[in-house]
Ligand binder design. Structure first.
Ligand code: FBP
Length: 549
């Protein structure tokens, strides 16, 4: 494979491992844990793995003789920069335990595990992927691991390859599956450990004990670079409004981080929309108001950041989606048989009066998307909804009304962008390269410690990587019960943007100034080489969250 000069130089980067992981470790157990909510229900569903203690690794002075161990690894869900380094860290970790240890990668996500598609990851293969973006080393997929038949089928290949531990690198849904699998294997004494690693660019797999998911740092840096470039273009020509939708299925962490980095004129935060019980029209009015005020000041240009998940957070739409989920889960076959031209009427007839009215009020394209196939985890595929276009069209209409009322006298030329996929496979920033390598290496320590149902946890991330702490968190500790596909299910609680958190408060303090003035910041591309203040800075979200602790 032909490599670019940067790829070649980057291959030589040596991730900076936390000091504690550079030699043998001893396991220090904390208190027994409980789940974040619904304790009784989670305890009943996870009798084997509920209540386990947190684990912290400390340096051990005497070396221990390690045994060879065969490990399987799965990349699950959306790509996130640094996934390859998790695998490299895991590989180096198990090889350090014993040079005869082996690593097997299951191909194209959990589906490869169930269907027995795998490859052995040798040092020659691993070396090709160090510090690279993407998940192409073994591929990824969204097959949901939830049925006992899948677990049993997977166990066959684990037994055949003598695999004692499986590492699942995934987001909240995939780590939920890891917990369910760990519980099942423990309940049947399968002798297989299951360890999770926190991945997702969305940044919503975090809590008091997992400070961030990997990939968020790099992806937001990539988006911030291009937003900055657009802002400079915008401020040069002074004639366009750029509506920029940013990935992040549900929470608005990506939009908020990019806003903190680039200081756009407007950034919508879905969690605020929900908390203030705003309608779609309220959001449109607030954008139109800024556009009109800027126009009064002679500025007919600007930038508007829109989080991908916005539509689901508008309270009325959220209620509608909840009813649609249950209704489509119960009548899916009937709905599938309805001719496309009749579907809108069919849906309206099957909804409650209140939700039918909301459904009818939505533009036809958006309404239709809400009824299309969910992903395997039951989520509406929000990345397919063109919210940025929907908003700009509605803003245009509102501005014409304001013009008629004598409240607006300007020009409004919108352009649209969606930044998502272009950030998911970038070469990991130094932060993500180090963090991911540490997460993978740490997973090998958890395997050596003999635990199951744990997530690899590396903390103290606002400090230089050598000072990071390492350990493991029982996955059940992060769980609560939520409705999915019409049923109550145990899932890892998603971390949404906290309106009382420091990152949002910093944004809130400044946003009026950014709206009316032009305060753009141009972060530029990720720098992989150079001084630490340019190359090794974590996200502002992480920095501010630490300030709030
Ligand atoms: P994960 O939660 O699996 O990490 O995926 C995140 C994400 O990138 C979302 O931001 C986005 O909505 C979704 O994946 C897109 O899914 P797909 O890759 O299947 O198009």
């Amino acid at each position: 494979m032909k490599k670019s000069p940067l790829q070649k130089a980057r291959a030589a980067y040596q991730p900076k491992l936390p000091v504690v992981l550079t030699g043998p470790v001893k396991v220090v157990e904390g208190e027994a844990t409980t789940s974040v909510a619904d304790q009784e229900a989670i305890k009943n569903l996870f009798p084997e793995t509920y209540g386990l203690p947190e684990i912290k690794f400390e340096k051990r002075t005497t070396p221990v003789a390690g045994k060879p161990v065969n490990v399987g690894v799965i990349l699950s869900g959306g790509q996130a920069p640094g996934g390859h380094n998790v695998i490299c860290g895991l590989f180096d970790g198990i090889k350090k335990l014993h040079r005869d240890s082996r690593l097997y990668g299951f191909l194209m996500g959990p589906g490869g595990f169930v269907d027995h598609n795998y490859m052995e990851l040798t040092s020659a293969i691993i070396d090709e992927y160090r510090n690279t973006g993407g998940f192409d080393i073994i591929g990824s997929g969204r097959t949901k691991l939830e049925k006992v038949e899948q677990f049993d089928k997977g166990l066959e290949i684990l037994r055949e390859l003598n695999i004692a531990a499986l590492v699942i690198i995934g987001g909240d849904d995939s780590n939920t599956n890891a917990a369910v699998l760990a519980e099942y294997y423990k309940s049947i004494n399968a002798g297989v450990q299951v360890i999770g690693c926190p991945k997702t660019i969305d940044g919503d797999l975090k809590n008091d004990v997992i400070e961030t998911s990997f990939g968020f740092d790099t992806a937001t840096k990539v988006y911030s670079e291009v937003i900055g470039n657009i802002q400079r273009d915008c401020n040069s020509a002074k004639k366009y409004y750029h509506f920029i939708k940013l990935m992040g299925r549900s929470a608005s962490h990506i939009a908020l981080e990019c806003a903190l980095q680039t200081q756009p004129n407007i950034c919508i935060i879905s969690e605020e929309v929900e908390a203030k019980n705003m309608t779609l029209q309220d959001i449109v009015n607030s954008i139109a108001d800024v556009v009109a005020r800027r126009a009064a000041d002679g500025k007919n240009f600007g930038t508007v950041l829109v989080p991908e998940g916005l539509i689901e957070f508008i309270p009325a739409v959220k209620k509608l989606i909840a009813e649609l989920n249950d209704m489509l889960a119960a009548n899916g076959d009937e709905f599938a048989a309805v001719a496309p031209a009749e579907q809108r009427a069919w849906v309206i007839a099957h909804l409650s009066k209140e939700n039918a009215a909301v459904y009818e009020s939505l533009p036809a394209g958006v309404a239709r998307q809400l009824t299309l196939d969910r992903d395997p985890h039951g989520n509406v595929q929000v990345s397919l909804i063109e919210t940025e276009k929907l908003l700009s069209e509605m803003v245009k209409k509102r501005l014409e009304e304001m013009r008629a009322e004598g409240k607006y006298n300007g020009k409004f030329s919108p352009l649209h962008h969606f930044f998502g996929y272009e950030g998911r496979c970038a070469d990991p920033s130094n932060f993500d390269a180090d963090y991911c390598y540490a997460l993978g290496f740490n997973a090998s320590c958890l395997i050596n410690a003999g635990v199951t149902g744990y997530m690899s946890s590396v903390r103290n991330l606002n400090k230089p990587s050598v000072q990071w702490q390492a350990g493991g968190i029982p996955i059940t500790m992060m769980m609560n019960m939520e409705r999915r596909n019409g049923e109550l299910k145990p899932v890892i609680q998603k971390a949404l943007v906290r309106l009382d958190g420091v990152p949002f408060r910093k944004f809130e303090e400044k946003r009026d100034e950014w709206a009316l003035n032009t305060c753009y910041v141009y972060p530029g591309p990720i720098q992989y080489f150079g001084p630490a203040e340019v190359c090794d800075q974590p996200t502002l979200t992480l920095k501010y969250e630490h300030q709030g602790k």
